[in-house]
Design a protein. Structure first.
Length: 325
């Protein structure tokens, strides 16, 4: 899967580190079971819903959830997985209309869920869109502005109060319980860090107490980026020392899973091929500009356009200015 959680924050974009996307954000209700799926997920069958979803697998695997639990018709909806699916497709806002996204989600629900569960799932999606829309209005309230701890807590409470208008207690816990725990932990850490009455030692002790009390699933979510960065730093060091692709695969497979290692290897190959194409293009571009140094500007521009069109797709051509001198 790609990291596509579209976050509608209530003025929290400037907060760094622990509170990034922690309050009133489009976070997952719970982390995926396989925390090594990264943005390098396998390619989903069929054409991507939007271009930016190329090479991704939709979040919220309802079929796998039902299969793993033997869920019969009439069983409970996988609400956490459902929310992850909603967030995945809603992240296409800007590339597709909400109406088109709604139609796509309805089709996916009809395709993957037992018929008796589809109406409830569609109802929840409608409520979810209404809730997210209402968050935008909530952000505009002057009384909820500010970046201090109390202002952030006020926004958090206001978000929860708003959410209760759309979802019952069971739905709230299943769909938002994990993100609430994440946000509560983040807010507690911010309060400790901004408490001027605490000494450095007291801050460390209180943060350590939060670490000790942290649920295991929350700890995995927090530590996952660190693990990925650590492994990829190790991989970069191994490559610098001449490690083979097989060596790299074995390290990644040990740290994550064979499937994740294979996906990352595919990304490595794609990146290497892209760099090769860019290097080839820049070389030909330089030669072309030298050969047409005295030609009219319009002729040079036309020649460059032909060179780009011969080697790159329309989407790829939009990226070329970042590489050109």
């Amino acid at each position: 899967m790609k990291a596509r959680s579209l976050r509608l924050r209530l003025g929290l974009a400037a907060l760094a580190g622990v509170l990034a996307s922690a309050i009133v954000g489009w976070r997952q209700s719970a982390p995926p079971t396989d925390t090594t799926q990264f943005s390098a997920g396998g390619v989903a069958p069929g054409a991507a819903f939007v271009k930016s979803m190329d090479g991704t697998v939709p979040d919220g695997n309802l079929r796998a959830w039902q299969s793993s639990r033997g869920a019969p018709a009439g069983g409970a909806l996988a609400l956490a997985e459902l929310k992850r699916m909603f967030d995945y497709y809603l992240s296409a806002v800007g590339e597709q209309t909400v109406a088109a996204i709604t139609q796509k989600i309805h089709l996916e629900l009809e395709r993957t869920l037992p018929a008796d569960q589809v109406p409830q799932a569609k109802r929840l999606f409608g409520l979810y869109v209404e809730f997210k829309t209402a968050l935008i209005e909530l952000e505009r309230k002057p009384g909820l502005s500010g970046q201090g701890v109390q202002a952030i807590r006020n926004r958090f409470v206001a978000m929860q109060d708003l959410r209760a208008r759309f979802f019952n207690a069971e739905e709230t816990q299943a769909m938002f319980g994990f993100e609430d725990a994440y946000d509560t932990d983040a807010l507690a850490r911010l309060e400790i860090s901004q408490n001027s009455a605490l000494s450095a030692t007291q801050r460390q002790e209180q943060l350590a107490a939060l670490d000790a009390a942290m649920p295991e699933d929350l700890r995995r979510e927090r530590d996952a980026p660190r693990v990925i960065l650590r492994v990829e730093e190790k991989v970069a060091d191994m490559r610098a020392k001449g490690a083979s692709d097989d060596d790299i695969y074995r390290v990644r497979a040990k740290e994550f899973s064979p499937e994740a290692a294979a996906r990352l290897a595919d990304l490595d190959r794609e990146e290497a091929e892209w760099k090769r194409r860019i290097a080839n293009y820049l070389g030909e571009r330089s030669q072309l500009l030298q050969a047409q140094a005295n030609a009219p500007e319009a002729d040079r521009h036309m020649a460059l356009m032909k060179l780009q069109q011969a080697q790159f797709s329309e989407d790829e051509r939009r990226r070329l200015p970042a590489y050109e001198p």
